[in-house]
Design a protein around this ligand. Structure first.
Ligand code: FAD
Ligand code: SF4
Length: 511
C-alpha cells in the first residue's frame, strides 16, 4: 500500500469523498484501543455501540472494495494507542503517505498533530465533510462582539443555508423562534408513540470489553441492543421520527414523565455524532416531510427541531474550537464538592433525580431537559466540581463526545464558563420541575416546602446558591427578579432556608 487512511470511531461517514471510489493502493485503518475505552468510564451501551457501529462501517466499505484493516481490542499486535499502531503500520507496509480527517476532539487533534510532526513521510489532513460550519466559522462570525448570542448565529445560519426563509430574508411564519408555543407538560392519559428500538446483537463487542477489563457503567440486556449501529438503521430512525415524533416534538420538548424516557425526542444524536447521518440530511429530510405534511406538522414543531441542529449543535462545536483547551479548566464559581455517589446508581429519594439517573443507566439516554434541569441543575446548586460533572456526562450518554458534551455541561449547564454559552445559569427550584413533569407527585420530598425536614432540596439549594454567588450574579439583569424576591423574604425565613440548604449540602450522599 502507498497510502494509509485513519478512520476514527466517530467518522463513520459513508458519504465522505474518501469513499467515492476505491483505490487498491490505499489502506484504511480502524481500531479499537484502550486509550479510547479508558479515558472515562463509558456506559457499557456506549462502548458497545461505538465498536458495533465501527465494525459495521468496516464491513460496508470492505464490501465496496475499500482495502481496510480493523484492529480489534484483543488483537495481540494492537498497541492500544492510535499513534503507536499507525507507526507500526507505516513501517510494516512501507507506507508513503498518511491521511486523516479532522478529529472533533481536541485531545485527538493534538495527538494526530503530534504524530504527524514525528513522521518522516508525507501526511495530509482532510475535512470531515460533516458539519454545516468550519471549525473557525463561529469565531469569525462573532469576531469583535462581546457576547456570543446563539440566536443571532442561528438566524445567520438560516439565511446562509436558505432554511425556512422566504423572499431571501424573511423567516417562515414571520417569526424566527416559536419557543413560546412549545414547552408543555404531558397531559394526563397522553401516551406518546413508543420509541423505535433495534434488536442488534453486541455480544462479541461486550465480551471483548469485559476480557480487556474495561471499567464501564450502566446496564445492557445481553444480545439486545436498541441503538442504531449502521446507516440503514439510522435512516429508519430518522423516518420514524418524522412520522411519529415530529408532529409533537416542539410541544413536549421540555416535558418529563416517569413512564416515558424519550417522549417525542429523535434519539438521533448517536447517529449524527458518529457521522452515520449528516446534520444536513437530517434537517433536509425533516423539512421535506413538513412540506408534504403541513396539515399534521405545525411550524413550531419543525422550527424547534431545526434550531437544535442548525443552531445549537453547530454553535457548541464553534464554541469548543474557540475556547479549547482553556474551556476544560473553567470553574467560574470555584465549585469543589464531589459528585454524590448516587449519581452512579440512581439510589436517591429525590424522585426527579432517581428517574433521570436510573433511565440514563438503563438506556444511556436522557433528553435535554433531564440533563439540563434535573442532573445538571442539581450539580450546580450543590456546588459540584465541574471536573466531576464532566466525567459523569462524558461517560454516561450514548452521544457523549467531548466537543458537544463539555460545552453543554461545563458551559450551558454548570455556567463554569462564566457566561460564554449562556447569559445566565440554568437553575430552578421544585416549581419548574413540577411544572414540566409528574416527578414530584411520587416523591418523598415536599415540593411546596423550603425549610422543613421533608422540604424539597432544590428549593433551599436554589436560594442558597444565589445568595452565595451574589457578587458574581446580582448585576445580571436576567436575575434581578430572583434577587428582588430573595431580598423581600423575611430575615428569619431566609436564615431557615440557608440553614436547611447547609444541612443538605453536608449530607448530599444521604438525600
Ligand atoms: P433531540 O431532542 O431529538 O434533538 C435533535 C438533535 O439536536 C440532537 O440529536 C442533537 O444533535 C441536537 N441538539 C439538541 N440540543 C443540543 C445542544 N444543546 N447541543 C448540541 N446539539 C443539540 N448532546 C450530545 O450530542 N452529546 C452530549 O454529550 C451532550 N451532553 C449534554 C450534556 C448536558 C448537561 C446537556 C444539558 C445537554 C447535552 N447534550 C449533548 C445536548 C442534548 O441534550 C442532546 O443532544 C440530546 O438530548 C440528544 O437526544 P436526541 O437526539 O433525542 O435530541
Ligand atoms: Fe425533585 Fe423536589 Fe420534585 Fe422531589 S419534590 S421530584 S426532589 S423537585
Amino acid at each position: 500500500y502507498k497510502t494509509l487512511r485513519l478512520v476514527l470511531g466517530d467518522q463513520l461517514n459513508l458519504q465522505h469523498s474518501w469513499f467515492l471510489a476505491a483505490d487498491p493502493s490505499t489502506l484504511h485503518i480502524m481500531m479499537e484501543v484502550k486509550t479510547e475505552t479508558d479515558y472515562v468510564w463509558h456506559h457499557i451501551q456506549k462502548a458497545c455501540a461505538f465498536f458495533a457501529a465501527m465494525e459495521s462501517f468496516a464491513k460496508t466499505i470492505i464490501s465496496q472494495g475499500f482495502e481496510t484493516l480493523y484492529l480489534h481490542l484483543n488483537n495481540p499486535s494492537n498497541k492500544q494507542n492510535i499513534s503507536e499502531n499507525i507507526k507500526d503500520l507505516i513501517e510494516a507496509f512501507g507506507i508513503e503517505e498518511f491521511q486523516y480527517q479532522l478529529p472533533d476532539e481536541y485531545r485527538l487533534d493534538q495527538e494526530l498533530n503530534n504524530l504527524c510532526s514525528q513522521l518522516n513521510i508525507n501526511w495530509h489532513c482532510f475535512d470531515s465533510e460533516h458539519f454545516y460550519t468550519k471549525r473557525e466559522e463561529l469565531a469569525d462570525f462573532f469576531s469583535g462582539k462581546k457576547e456570543l448570542v446563539m440566536e443571532s448565529f442561528y438566524r445567520a445560519m438560516r439565511l446562509k443555508h436558505h432554511i425556512l426563509i422566504n423572499n431571501g430574508t424573511d423567516p417562515e411564519g414571520d417569526k424566527w423562534n416559536f419557543d413560546i408555543e412549545n414547552r408543555k407538560k404531558l397531559p394526563k392519559n397522553h401516551k406518546p408513540n413508543p420509541p423505535l428500538l433495534f434488536d442488534n446483537d453486541v455480544k462479541a463487542q461486550f465480551d471483548r470489553l469485559v476480557a480487556a477489563e474495561t471499567k464501564t457503567i450502566g446496564s445492557i440486556v445481553p444480545h439486545y441492543f436498541q441503538w442504531p449501529i449502521n446507516r440503514e438503521q439510522s435512516l429508519k430512525l430518522l423516518h420514524y421520527f418524522c412520522e411519529n415524533c415530529l408532529p409533537l416534538f416542539g410541544t413536549f420538548q421540555d416535558a418529563m414523565h416517569t413512564d416515558e424516557w424519550s417522549l417525542y425526542h429523535s434519539r438521533l444524536s448517536f447517529s449524527m455524532n458518529t457521522k452515520m447521518l449528516s446534520p444536513m440530511e437530517v434537517v433536509n429530510t425533516v423539512l421535506a416531510y413538513w412540506e408534504e405534511h403541513k396539515k399534521s406538522v405545525a411550524l413550531n414543531q419543525l422550527e424547534g427541531f431545526v434550531r437544535q441542529i442548525l443552531g445549537w449543535r453547530e454553535y457548541m462545536r464553534g464554541i469548543y474550537w474557540m475556547h479549547m483547551p482553556n474551556f476544560e479548566q473553567l470553574n467560574y464559581f470555584n465549585h469543589v464538592k464531589k459528585l454524590p455517589d448516587w449519581y452512579w446508581t440512581g439510589n436517591t429519594n429525590m424522585n426527579c433525580l432517581k428517574q433521570s439517573i436510573s433511565q440514563s443507566l438503563r438506556f444511556a439516554y436522557a433528553h435535554h431537559i433531564q440533563r439540563l434541569m434535573i442532573t445538571g441543575n442539581f450539580a450546580l446548586l450543590a456546588g459540584i466540581n465541574p471536573d466531576d460533572v464532566d466525567f459523569w456526562y462524558l461517560g454516561i450518554y450514548i452521544d457523549a463526545i467531548q466537543w458537544v458534551e463539555i460545552t453543554n455541561t461545563r458551559g450551558m449547564s454548570q455556567y463554569a464558563d462564566g457566561g460564554i454559552t449562556g447569559s445566565k445559569p440554568y437553575t430552578a427550584s421544585a416549581n419548574y420541575i413540577h411544572k414540566m413533569s409528574n416527578y414530584c407527585d411520587s416523591c418523598k420530598y415536599d415540593r411546596n416546602d423550603k425549610i422543613g425536614e421533608n422540604s424539597c432540596p432544590f428549593n433551599s439549594l436554589y436560594w442558597n446558591f444565589h445568595d452565595q454567588q451574589r457578587a458574581k450574579l446580582q448585576h445580571n439583569h436576567r436575575l434581578s427578579m430572583v434577587y428582588r424576591t430573595w431580598d423581600k423574604m423575611a430575615p428569619a425565613l431566609k436564615a431557615s432556608v440557608l440553614q436547611r440548604a447547609n444541612y443538605y449540602l453536608e449530607n448530599l450522599d444521604k438525600l
